[in-house]
Design a protein around this ligand. Structure first.
Ligand code: CU
Length: 163
């Protein structure tokens, strides 16, 4: 086999290995059962284990297993709603620490439309902020939260008041 042929074969093989590694790591991260996780862990090579540990320690800024991820919102993410809401409520997959979390709602000019501080509502997974009577328009919700396990997550989304 020519040199070129061999090197392209090696490239193909290492691409396949990389793909397998990514698959293995994501399966490990998603697997809810400790037993399955143990088996997957056993089959990961040393290099893969290092990659996995780096991934969960945030080196790749990828999320760990238990973070406060946005799980839903009222108004819903990306929704168009006919009636203006009196507050915006975000629901997270984990409780949030309100003292170390921020929730902003801005109109299309970037001006804040909130009328009070953001607070947890009922349960710690719900983080809410009151807003003034919103005229029709596109609004941006921006959140930076610290979950009860001290991990930080952030994001933003839009909703539209149609009338
Ligand atoms: Cu976390």
């Amino acid at each position: 086999m020519s040199y070129e042929g061999r090197s392209s074969l090696l490239k193909k093989r290492s691409k396949k290995l990389l793909r397998l590694r990514i698959l293995g790591i994501s399966a490990l991260r998603r697997s809810p059962r400790p037993k399955i996780r143990k088996v997957l862990w056993f089959f990961l090579s040393r290099k893969n284990k290092l990659t996995y540990l780096a991934a969960i320690s945030g080196v790749f800024s990828s999320p760990a297993l238990a973070h406060a991820f946005l799980d839903g919102a009222v108004p819903r993410v990306g929704s168009e709603i006919p009636a203006a809401p009196s507050e915006v409520v975000l629901h997270f997959t984990q409780g949030v620490e309100p003292d170390f979390s921020k929730l902003e709602v801005r109109d299309s000019t970037g001006a804040s439309v909130t009328t009070g501080p953001a607070h947890t509502a009922g349960m710690k997974e719900d983080f809410a902020v009151p807003v003034k009577k919103l005229p029709p328009g596109v609004y941006t919700v921006i959140w930076h939260v610290t979950s009860v396990d001290t991990h930080k997550t952030q994001g933003k989304f839009h909703f539209t008041v149609t009338r």
